[in-house]
Ligand binder design. Structure first.
Ligand SMILES: Cc1ncc(COP(=O)(O)O)c(C=O)c1O
Length: 351
């Protein structure tokens, strides 16, 4: 007997990265930053610790102003949530009716099919291109009169391949304007390529484009849960209406404002990761790794049925990676020691 809607029974369980107990083990399975909390953020959070008897600002005023100023836009175009995952869930819940279809790339962020199901919709997965990018042509072909939303992930989790702005712009021109497109740019800060996607520009140009950002990745705030969406004011107002009241807690609001003020330090940390990624890619390519050119803070090993075997070599090197059974292994770029261990594991695997 269950109280839940029957179609929720087969929701795939979300597999979170394990936090290791052994101090020698490095966890590179959740695309987190390897650095400790930024000093300004730690100070801002500490300053609030004595006030937890109060509710947070329900209107998120300071945070909205800080994000709007950072992106040179108006607060009317910004909505914040308890992580960008919460915004995806809320958006889909607000637009789906029974039988609604949501087109998404697959394999992609694991939370998508779950959020779609919970919203009462039906996920329409479209296989990735051979280069690991979402196949925008296939996504256009998958649109029907039941399509209520489209999810685009770039750089795509877990393949780390990113679309160009031109590709996504052409796609947006072809999508009927009554279908909203959520452009998930969780890893935007790590993109170093020609013609990178500029989601903010798309959200300004197309009424149906909404870009999603998070403080969990480049800003290193995964533990405190803040994300935001940028879009036209009526989309933002709609999302604001369905937001969980007081959904972004007091510490999270202060932390995110402080993190924006520390943007130069964030940029430095991102540059460190990008440099490490380049080094790692060089070492892996020398071992004939032929994964997609990574644009996120993670690399993809599309090893198919060999994935579990490679993950075991990684475990021997005391690195916890994220395995997608029979598809591949995703590894977060972290400290140089993690890269060394990964390269060693890959060498042994190849041998
Ligand atoms: C593509 C993508 N979007 C969103 C998120 C979640 O971000 P948040 O921590 O803001 O919920 C992740 C986290 O791994 C992700 O990979």
């Amino acid at each position: 007997m269950t109280y839940f809607r029957p179609e929720l029974a087969d929701i795939p369980a979300y597999v979170a990265g394990r936090n290791p107990d052994d101090p020698d083990v490095i966890k590179v399975s959740s695309n987190e930053m390897p650095f400790p909390t930024l000093p300004g953020v730690a100070a801002a959070v500490s300053g609030r610790i004595g006030q937890l008897n109060k509710y947070p600002d329900m209107g998120n005023a300071l945070l909205l102003e800080a994000i709007a100023a950072y992106h040179e836009t108006s607060v009317a175009n910004v909505v914040v949530g308890n992580g960008s995952t919460a915004l995806i869930e809320k958006f889909l819940t607000a637009v789906c009716t029974p039988g609604s279809e949501v087109v998404m790339p697959w394999r992609s962020f694991e939370a998508y099919p779950i959020a779609i199901k919970v919203a009462g919709g039906r996920a329409v997965p479209t296989p990735l291109r051979a280069d690991g990018k979402p196949d925008l042509g296939a996504m256009l072909d998958a649109i029907t009169d039941k399509t209520r939303a489209i999810l685009v992930c770039t750089p795509n989790n877990p393949t780390s391949a990113a679309l160009t702005h031109d590709e996504l712009h052409r796609f947006m021109r072809s999508v009927p304007s009554e279908i909203p497109v959520l452009i998930d740019e969780a890893y935007v800060d790590f993109v170093v390529m020609d013609d990178p996607v500029r989601g903010i520009e798309l959200a300004r140009e197309f009424l149906n484009a909404v870009t999603l950002r998070t403080f969990s990745k480049a800003y290193g705030l995964a533990g405190i849960r803040v994300g935001y969406a940028l879009g036209v004011d009526d989309v933002v107002a709609g999302l604001g209406k369905v937001a969980t009241p007081f959904g972004v807690n007091m510490l999270a609001q202060s932390a995110a404002v402080a993190a924006l003020q520390e943007r130069p330090a964030v940029d430095q940390r991102v540059a460190t990761i990008v440099k490490e990624r380049d080094k790692l890619v060089g070492a892996l390519r020398a071992l004939e790794w032929d994964g997609p050119e990574p644009q996120g803070n993670f690399v993809w090993f599309g090893l198919g049925s060999d994935s579990e075997r490679f993950a075991r070599f990684c475990a021997e090197e005391k690195i916890v990676v994220r395995t997608f059974a029979d598809e591949g292994v995703r590894v977060t770029v972290a400290e140089p020691d993690a890269s060394l261990r990964l390269v060693r594991a890959y060498k042994k695997f190849r041998a």
